[in-house]
Each structure stands twice: as C-alpha cells, then as structure tokens.
Design a protein. Structure first.
Length: 503
C-alpha cells in the first residue's frame, strides 16, 4: 500500500482532545494508577505475553463504558472469532450479546485479513465507529495488523495518521493490544510504543511453580502515573489489580510506651515499646515466636483492639494455644477486642490476601497487630515487590499509630540485622535455642530498640502453662548467640585455681 493511499483512507477533521476528561477502564484498582482513567481521545498500547489477560482487560474496558456510561463500543479482532469471544466473556459476567442487540456494540471479525485487505479494514472500522457513535474501540491485536503491511513505515503511518485521526473523532479512545513473546524486550513490532499516547504492560513470571502476574504503566501522556509494578489476578470476575500501600511520610511519632504483654520483656525494654512502633521477633522453629505474638495480642484487653494475622497456623489452632496458657480469648473475641485471621499465601493468591489484610486494617482499626510470620511472604513474592510492600506497610502502620509485632523464621541472629526488613522495624528481639549440659534452654536478647534505652543482657526464658516467663541472664556463659555456649574465661580460670589450691 502506498503512503499517499493510506493517508487518504479517512477524511476526518482533526480537533482538540476532550478537555481533561478521563475514561474509566472498569478494571478494579487500575484507574487509581492513572488519575482516574485514560485521557479521552488517546491511543493506548496494552502489551503482554500469551495468557496474561490482554483480551480480558480490553473487554472490561469496553463493557464498563457500555454498562456504566451508556457508551457504544467496537471490538475489532484479528485474534479470535466472535463466538469464542462472546462465550469467554459471558463466563466472566460480561454479556456483550445484550448490547449488540441494542446496537451499542459491534464485533468486527477480521481474522482472515491479508495485505490486500488492510485498506478495507480501516474503512470498515471507521464506518462502524461513525454508525454507532462509538467512544471506545479495541484493536486485537495490532501486532497481527502491522504484519499485514509490507513496510514498517506504512504501519507507523497507519498508527499515527489513521488511528490518530479516529481518536480525534468526537473523543474516541482506542486500546491497541500487542503480543509480546516470552523473553522479548520490545513491545509488539517495536514502534507502536513510540506512537501511542500510553503504554501498559502485563507481565507473567513463574515463581515456586506458580504464575505471578504484574502490571505496569510505562507512560501516559498528560497524566501523573504510578509507574510501579502492581500485582493482579484473573478470576471469574475478570482482572483485578492490587496496588501497594502508598509510601508517605509519617505525620506523627508517639512518645507513649505500651506493654508487650510479657512482663520480663517490658522490663528489658524499659517499660515496653513505643506506640506505633514495629517490633521483629526472630528465631528458629520452636523458639517461641508465636507465643510471644499471642502474648502481644492478648494485651489488648487493656490497650484497645488487636488483630492476629497468621501465615502459619489455622485460627482454631491459635485459639487453642492461647487457651492452653489460660487466656480466655473467646471472651475478648466476643467483645470485639481480638480477631484472628489465617491465610495460606501462594504466588497466585498472595496479592489478594494482602489487599484483604489492608482493607481489614482500615475497617477494624486495631491498636495492635501481630503477623506470624512475615518472612512467609518472602517465599512467595518477587523480591523487590516484597521489600517494597514491607516498607509501605511499616510506614502505613506507623502513620496510623498501630503498634505491630512481626515474627520471622531465622536460624541465626545474623540475618535479623542484615536484611532490608531489619532496617524497616524499630525493635528486634532474637530468640535462640541453647544447649547446656545436654539440656535445651531458650535465650532472648534485644538487638535493637530504636530511640530507647534497653537491657543488653542475654536472658533465659521458659514457656510455661502461663506463657513466656523471662528469667535472669546466662551467668558465667559466653558464645550464647554464636551457637557454641561455654563457660566464660573468668569462670574457667576460677575453676582451675580452685583445683590447684593446696588442701
């Protein structure tokens, strides 16, 4: 096709785009990333790998306009036929047939198009857009359409001249779907991203045998965007995105101290932890981390409501443990003072679960929160997203004045102070198994207490029928944290001296 022919396919008087009007997509959570939606009259490129949900995103975009705003829509497909599209979308609650009968929707099946039919495609598209007075258009996929051009310059002219003019026709907003092969760096044919007003990518990564999905807005002209990678899921209702908590400055710092629920620990912390602070309790399996957390939430009987979120144990099992220590948690639960929520996070559901937890925090507004154990998320989330979520969460909790305790599984004390998590929390308490004379004992030490004096001694503790009981320090012992406890040099020297004194 000659460039001169292409530029005359349509004769549309170019006008200015709508004055700041936004086109909501209907994809839950997404519009908050782009100031409420796409700028009306823009051309957006949606790129993703096979199975990433590109068609579903596009369908939700069209359906939202028809069902919510009574806007007509056109879906031009070079990827699948009308029957397949209608059937798949109906399963997600989108009845396009209903709007087709009302004359509000048109599905253009262009699967068999070749080079000689490119001009007729755009004539047909323009005819339907004008006939329906459509406000929303999807081309699925632009990658297939571009391949029908003998020269890349012709394809670029089509995007820039023809589709660009259509977007100016009474504020039509076009969504272009581009296929992105696995591992490929470029989007589509490699030039669509430069012509489009906005670029969105849908990414799929396999982690732990599960598919993890993230969405990112790379650009959107005239819009302040949130360009971070956001998780999303595909379920029977379509695509739902899960934004990270916003990172913002903490407006208020508290000087008031609150008890942890463990008397001996509060003494080591000089009357407890600061309100709104975040404490990390770390140690190996069986050191008592969950018991520390149960003490912490049980203290809510005197200090407001508490929430216990477990990524390890079922709710009923936690309640049973608490009752075993003599705590009548059912009474606190009946009064609305304590709540337990248990989750089993995996890469395919962790974003939804984290979103539920944040929503619950907003609704329930507890005075204190325990999460057991926070490092479970590290196993199922992408590393950078996990660290970003932890940072966002801790700042959110501080800003809300929610005193928090995290537990984490660590075999030694070194990782407790050598990770990004350690820099995000205010207090770090290490728990450790100690073998002395063939007896297994437990030790606790405060490694960090931001802005507060604290006891530096390594103290022994026991888990009794009443819960955690802290005792004195390990007198005469050294290398407790090093994992090879032994009598201190002074103790050994005194012993030798005593043996050498003449009788």
């Amino acid at each position: 096709m000659e460039t001169s022919e292409l530029s005359h396919i349509v004769e549309i008087k170019a006008g200015s785009r709508a004055n700041g009007r936004r086109v909501a997509t209907g994809v839950e959570g997404f519009d908050g990333f782009v100031e409420g939606g796409f700028p009306q009259g823009s051309m957006i490129l949606l790129a993703g790998t096979a199975g990433s949900g590109k068609t579903i995103f596009a369908a939700q975009y069209l359906y939202h306009g028809m069902s919510r705003f009574n806007e007509s829509a056109v879906y031009m497909s070079l990827a699948e036929d009308r029957g397949t599209f209608m059937k798949n979308m109906m399963r997600m609650g989108m009845d396009f047939g209903k709007y087709e009968q009302k004359g509000k929707f048109k599905f253009l099946d262009m699967i068999t198009v070749r080079d000689k039919g490119v001009e007729s495609i755009f004539e047909r598209l323009l005819t339907e857009v004008c006939s329906l007075r459509a406000k929303r258009v999807v081309i699925d996929s632009i990658s297939a359409l571009v391949q029908a051009f003998p020269e890349r310059i012709d394809a670029r002219m089509m995007l820039h001249t023809v589709l660009g003019k259509i977007t100016h026709l009474k504020g039509v907003t076009i969504l272009l779907i581009a296929e992105r092969p696995l591992g490929a760096e470029r989007l589509g044919a490699g030039m669509e991203e430069f012509v489009a007003d906005g670029v969105i990518t849908l990414n799929s990564i396999t982690k732990g045998g599960w598919l993890t999905r993230t969405l990112q807005v790379l650009k959107l002209r005239g819009t302040r965007i949130n360009s971070e990678e956001h998780g999303y899921n595909i379920d029977v209702h379509g695509i739902r995105t899960y934004p990270l908590p916003e990172i913002k400055s903490v407006q208020r710092i508290y000087s008031e101290k609150v008890p942890t629920g463990i008397g001996g620990l509060d003494k080591m912390l000089f009357n407890g932890v600061f309100k709104g602070s975040v404490t990390l309790v770390g140690g190996a399996s069986g050191t008592g981390k969950t018991t520390f957390a149960l003490h912490f939430v049980a203290e809510a009987k005197r200090n407001g409501r508490s929430l216990f979120v477990s990524f390890e144990e079922p709710e009923k099992q936690l309640i049973k443990h608490a009752k075993g220590f003599g705590w009548n948690v059912n009474k606190f639960m009946d009064k609305g003072l304590t709540k337990f929520s248990s989750y089993t996070p995996e890469p395919f559901n962790v974003e939804q679960q984290l979103d539920e937890i944040l929503g619950f925090l907003e609704k329930y507004r507890p005075a204190r929160l325990a999460i057991d154990s926070i490092d479970t998320l590290e196993r199922v989330m992408l590393e950078q997203r996990y660290l970003r979520w932890i940072k966002s969460l801790t700042l959110y909790l501080k800003d809300k004045g929610i005193t928090t305790l995290f537990t984490a599984l660590y075999k030694s004390t070194l990782p407790l102070t050598g990770t990004a998590l350690s820099s995000s929390v205010d207090n770090i308490i290490a728990l450790k198994h100690v073998e002395i004379e063939s007896t297994l004992r437990r030790a606790a030490v405060i490694l960090k207490a931001r802005g507060s004096a604290h006891d530096n001694e390594i103290r022994e503790f026991e888990i009794t029928t009443k819960g955690v009981v802290l005792k004195g320090k390990f007198a005469g012992m050294e290398q407790i944290l090093g994992g090879a406890p032994r009598k201190s040099m002074t103790k050994r020297s005194l012993g030798r001296c005593a043996r050498n004194v003449p009788g």
